[in-house]
Design a protein around this ligand. Structure first.
Ligand code: HEM
Length: 398
């Protein structure tokens, strides 16, 4: 079977996933590059792959799935998503303190302010307005810029470059250029923080880790790049897709507007339902192991279909139904194991704040086009929508 597989309904993963879960939960697929890799569709098996040291996240490891041609050589310094323990652990430990409940609570006013600004822009327009452009993209971009201490005036620069990097259809030269431009910019940013630290994540890492010799300048630049890329596109697409999913099933939107207390649970269900990291998650086998009855050997590649694991009928009853009241917390949209999303609490805080603000302030929000005309992103690593024209009727207070 060829990978990626086609969706026939943009709100649901490819139908092949359900068939494979039932008939051949650990199967083989052929990538566009011709490589054959294991394909894991049930949640229990997905957790084995993501949780066991028999699997490596290093793209240069033999057999690592090349969904598109892989960059040669080792990953850039500091990009710990592409490292294994113990190297990965060293970086992850330095960062966990920046994503604690306490830090997220401190960021809450920033998130609320960013959302209020974007909401004001959304409601300022009379007639159809693109919610992706004025709300879903800028919210996470501004929040991550605040977190890192990136000047707001540079946010457009990041929007464009991080999108190119995740575009499976982008040419290798376009990706390489975007990567290089971001690296050069962040290099300058880290230099300015080193000369004059402020009160932000990069400055704290400068004072606590760079000056003590635990981190090099290049590693800090890599960390900054990873956080920007990982935190922006994922959250932007989750916001856009969540609003679309709710508006396309209007009774669900109205359910949330009527009871804002449902929002945190609804966010978990939307994370499960959309499971936006649609390509990958990739690993290379480094020690022999059995998964779902299949023997995997070193040098083989594995793809874990998170979107399939999050529709696994062994874990979720009636998985293809969006049920805002179900306990959806067992989804693995943020991954599992040592690489489980570092920014998940931040992402949740942004999603809850965004949906709370929208349902409270603009309950009359409507799609300005037919749901069938919405442009989805089937070829991107992160699923979502490119634009969402909406109209705002019946604003609160009018
Ligand atoms: C890792 C999803 C938001 C930072 C991951 C992984 C997934 C994921 C599936 C695991 C990848 C793997 O195992 O190879 C998401 C989704 C998000 C989101 C669905 C939004 C809805 C964020 C945010 C940040 C962030 C807001 C930071 C500001 C990271 C980092 C990693 C990661 C640094 C690598 C962790 C490691 O390797 O230890 N994310 N993410 N993510 N995410 Fe997120």
């Amino acid at each position: 079977m060829d990978y990626p597989m086609r969706r026939d309904d943009p709100f649901h993963p490819p139908p092949d996933y359900a068939r494979l879960r039932a008939e051949l939960p650990v199967s083989r697929v052929r990538l566009r590059t011709g490589q054959r890799v294991w394909f894991v569709t049930r949640q229990a098996d997905a957790k084995v792959v993501l949780g066991d040291p028999a699997f490596s996240s290093v793209p240069s490891a033999p057999g690592y799935p090349a969904i598109r041609p892989l960059p040669e050589g080792p990953p850039p310094p500091g990009v710990f998503l592409a490292m294994d323990p113990p190297e990965h652990t060293r970086f992850r430990r330095m960062l966990t303190g920046e994503f604690t409940v306490k830090r997220m609570a401190a960021l809450r006013p920033v998130i609320d302010e960013v959302i209020a600004d974007c909401l004001a822009e959304l409601t300022a327009v009379d007639g159809p307005v693109d919610l992706v452009e004025v709300f879903a993209r800028p919210v996470p971009s501004l929040v991550i810029c605040e977190l890192l201490g990136v000047p707001r005036s540079d946010r457009e620069f990041f929007n464009e470059r991080s999108q190119v990097q995740l575009d499976r259809a982008a040419s290798a030269s376009a990706v390489a250029q975007a990567v290089e431009e971001l690296r050069v910019y962040l290099d300058g940013l880290v230099r300015s923080k080193t000369a004059d630290p402020g009160d932000d994540l990069l400055s704290r890492l400068v004072v606590q880790r760079l000056r003590t010799g635990e981190l090099t300048h290049e590693e800090l630049v890599g960390i900054a790049r990873l956080l920007l890329v990982a935190g922006h596109e994922t959250t932007a697409n989750m916001i856009g897709l969540s609003v679309l999913t709710l508006l396309a099933q209007r009774s669900r939107w109205e359910e949330l507007c009527a009871d804002p207390g449902l929002v945190p649970g609804a966010v978990e269900e939307l994370l499960r339902f959309s499971s936006v990291v649609q390509q990958g998650v990739a690993r290379a086998v480094v020690a022999e192991i059995s998964v779902g009855g299949q023997r995997m050997r070193p040098g083989e590649g594995v793809l874990v279909a998170l979107a399939s694991a999050d529709r696994d009928e062994r874990v979720f009853a009636d998985p293809d139904t969006l049920d805002l009241r179900r306990p959806a917390g067992r989804h693995i949209a943020f991954g599992f194991g040592v690489h489980q999303c570092l920014g998940q609490m931040l992402a949740r805080a942004e999603l809850v704040a965004a949906l709370t603000a929208l349902t409270r302030s603009v309950p009359g929000l409507r799609l300005a086009i037919d749901p069938a005309d919405v442009e989805f992103r089937p070829d991107m690593a992160v699923y979502g929508i490119s634009a969402l024209p909406v109209t705002i009727t019946a604003r609160v207070g009018e």
